[in-house]
Design a binder for this molecule. Structure first.
Ligand SMILES: *Cc1c(COP(=O)(O)O)cnc(C)c1O
Length: 746
């Protein structure tokens, strides 16, 4: 970065009578001009991160921070009468859905920060994840036209566009490069589909509705589109430099597949090597097996990509042939290794006219990783157990992380300064030094209490403005913010809150410390049950907040349009992080880490990275409850019937509230359907498939014990501070170092 040039030009910038969007574009463009180009490491080994999602959030503040000019920019603008916070008007680039997309963004940040050559490849969606509004307590989806603010951080690379062919039409993939700033400048390359109206559809929406054949095909086209554009580019650039001797390709490239969506890249890689570059199939397959690595993010069966062969044959017939052929090689190898037919069937890449993309990835990839210790164990012992037996060297763990630059330095300047005062600022460059905070003094705790108060005030003020719910800032703040899904059990929190409310009304709960429950979540547009849960929480909020008998003690807020920028506020202002997924189902979670880093205690189940969080921060400093994986497994085996639980007061009061007329679902039948899913099961699910009623009592009790403990302000703040001080491990700097050392070898 030419800092001098930037600051001089900024000082000279005329800001008068310019609107925020104009200023945003001018200042960002100036930073782009002064930042320098993408670091060139074409002759060295590079890692490529293929991801259907990059949940970047707002780039403005983060980029200025990474470029080392945020503070100066702030003061120069202030002198001109411009408050830098006006740029909060610029909306997030939400080219992702949740944790997986945010992880991709954190990884790019950390790699650049550590000076490692990792480049992101994905899709430049015209519309990101929809904007959520609440109408009458129901989610409504509005298009997210993020580019209307301009896109000053991207450069269109017309000269590097290429054609991507489907059986029925051809699409042009035009790259847009976003620099990722740090110790070096890496590239995030997002492809935009152009050429015809049909073509443009491919990069129009993140997650098109895929309940129709057309929707499914569109989704497949998206996956192929950016995967194909990426591998074509890498191979072409290689051939330009090295000719058609591909032996060195795997030495110079490692391609990390972020979940199962881009696994089709493997087939395309082989297709190009065989059809275009005339390599024998076995050579191409062998090159693929040295080049690709795969990360699994979920064990939920509905999220593993399985494609009926008809779909693939229809638009990508050559790819279908190649996957069939890979399957033959896989079966041959597995037979030779002595696998039984049953074992081979479990690892099948092609079976019952279906392509199993996760199995394809596991067979080809040189490394397969889970994203938290428990998750990796589950991969080894169940989801990929057979493959693990045959290919024991492949499976490994890489516990997720979050970038502490965005998730502490940027979003919590107050706490960052306190840390600087306490242990010096070395932690910013080397996060492992955060450990030093464990030697805190009483004075540090007192100062931390002040910081928390400030952040809470900021959050509650923002919520009052945005959501119209006023919460006094002495309230204890619980937060559950994440995508809405049954396995994440927002419904269980709703029930627990309802039980607290009833307990307060009846007088059974005494000496309750005033508390607010903050929810934030988007539901997939077609996920009816999730939408009913949103409505249910909002019904509870309306009732609880309006009840003068209790609303000095209990409030509920469902914030609209939860996104990265909202998360930056919530994780800093919350006291308690609610991470209550059914044990075994949350692969890792990263929201849990953001809260921890900002000094919130976790109230959660032994699931995902929660387990490691309490390993580092101590169980005694967190609130762990509920059934563990073994118990859930046992219940599934022996049969779990929630019916008996329904007679307990906690469950019956909460569950009956769904159907006894106390709350209205607006005539949709959504509440009755939720009720049915708990009592009788629905679609292919068992009754209470996610063990909401099973864990409700221990959850309720955990919440009350937190409530009681919070009255000891100092001791509670100490727990919070210890959590923050123990969070270094959860920086994505650590995660990226592990990927770089163990998988990428960069
Ligand atoms: C971190 C983050 C997530 C992931 O949250 P989990 O609690 O790990 O599911 C989802 N959405 C946004 C906007 C985030 O910042």
């Amino acid at each position: 970065m030419n800092k001098q040039l930037f600051l001089q030009n900024l000082a000279d910038l005329n800001t008068e009578n310019k609107d925020v969007i104009t200023l945003y574009n001018e200042i960002s463009s100036l930073a782009m001009k002064c930042a320098g180009g993408i670091s060139n490491t074409a002759n060295k080994r590079n890692a490529y991160y293929l991801s259907m999602e990059f949940l970047i959030g707002r780039s403005f503040f983060n980029n200025l921070l990474e470029l080392g000019v945020l503070n100066e920019t702030k003061s120069i603008l202030a002198e001109k009468g411009v408050d830098i916070n006006v740029f909060e008007e610029i909306e997030d680039a939400a080219l992702g859905n949740g944790g997986l997309g945010r992880l991709a963004a954190c990884f790019l940040d950390s790699a650049a920060g550590l000076g490692l050559p990792l480049h992101g490849y994905g899709i430049r969606y015209k519309y990101g994840l929809f904007k959520q509004a609440l109408e009458n307590g129901c989610q409504v989806e509005l298009p997210d036209d993020w580019q209307r603010f301009g896109d000053p951080w991207s450069v269109r690379r017309e000269d590097e566009k290429r054609e991507i062919k489907f059986a029925d039409y051809t699409v042009t993939a035009v790259p847009y490069d976003m620099p990722v700033f740090g110790k070096r400048i890496n590239r995030l390359r997002l492809f935009q589909a152009e050429g015809s109206e049909q073509a443009e559809k491919i990069s129009e929406y993140l997650y098109p509705a895929d309940d129709t054949e057309e929707g499914k095909l569109l989704r497949l086209r998206q996956e192929y589109f950016f995967s194909a554009a990426t591998v074509a580019e890498l191979l072409e650039n290689y051939v330009k430099q090295h000719g058609r001797n591909f032996g060195n390709f795997p030495k110079l490239h490692v391609i990390q597949l972020n979940d199962t969506h881009p696994v089709i890249a493997i087939a395309e890689f082989i297709r190009l090597l065989t059809a275009k570059y005339r390599q024998p199939f076995a050579t191409a397959l062998s090159l693929a097996r040295q080049t690709f690595a795969y990360t699994n993010h979920t064990v939920l069966p509905e999220a593993l990509e399985c494609w009926h062969e008809d779909y693939v044959k229809k638009i990508l017939p050559d790819i279908a042939d190649i996957i069939v052929k890979i399957n033959i090689y896989a079966m041959r190898e597995q037979t030779a290794a002595g696998c039984t037919e049953e074992e081979i069937a479990k690892m099948a890449i092609y079976k019952d006219k279906t392509f199993f993309m996760a199995n394809l990835a596991v067979y080809v990839a040189k490394s397969v990783n889970g994203v938290a210790k428990l998750h990796t164990e589950i991969l080894k012992n169940s989801l990929f157990a057979t493959a693990h037996k045959i290919y024991p060297e492949k499976l490994q763990n890489k516990t997720n992380g979050i970038t502490h630059r965005r998730w502490l330095e940027l979003c919590n300047g107050e706490f960052s300064q306190l840390i600087d005062q306490t242990i010096g600022d070395g932690w910013r460059a080397d996060i492992s030094r955060l450990d030093g905070l464990k030697n805190y003094t009483a004075e540090t705790v007192e100062k931390f209490i002040e910081v928390k108060r400030t952040k809470k005030q900021q959050l509650l003020k923002y919520i009052a403005e945005k959501e119209g719910v006023v919460v006094p800032d002495n309230f204890l703040v619980f937060a559950q913010v994440k995508r809405l899904h049954e396995y994440k059990r927002q419904l269980m929190t709703a029930f627990a809150v309802l039980d607290i409310y009833y307990g307060l009304k009846s007088g059974e709960i005494k000496d309750f410390y005033p508390s607010v429950f903050i929810f934030g979540a988007k539901s997939a547009p077609a996920y009816k049950r999730a939408k009913a849960i949103i409505k249910f929480i909002n019904e509870i909020a309306a009732k609880v907040n309006a009840d003068a008998q209790t609303n000095g003690l209990l409030k509920v807020v469902f914030v609209q349009n939860y996104n990265v920028s909202y998360a930056e506020k919530i994780v800093t202002g919350a006291d308690v992080s609610l991470q209550v997924s059914t044990a075994g189902l949350e692969a890792s979670g990263t929201g849990n880490m953001k809260f921890m880093l900002n000094g919130a205690v976790t109230c959660g189940t032994m699931d995902g990275a929660n387990i490691e969080i309490v390993e580092f921060a101590g169980k005694q400093n967190n609130y762990i409850f509920g059934a563990e994986v073994d118990e859930i497994e046992r219940l599934k085996r022996e049969g779990y019937s929630p019916a008996a639980l329904l007679n307990t007061p906690l469950c019956s009061r909460a569950v009956e509230a769904l159907v006894n007329g106390e709350f209205s679902d607006g005539g949709t039948g959504g509440f009755k359907e939720l009720y049915e899913s708990l009592i009788n099961g629905a679609s292919w699910h068992a009754p209470d498939n996610y063990f909401v009623l099973y864990d409700l009592k221990s959850y309720f009790e955990a919440l009350l014990s937190i409530n009681a403990d919070y009255k000891q302000k100092f001791a509670f703040a100490e727990k919070q501070l210890i959590n923050a001080a123990s969070a270094a491990y959860f920086s994505s700097d650590r995660t990226i170092r592990e990927y770089a050392d163990d998988i990428w070898k960069i």
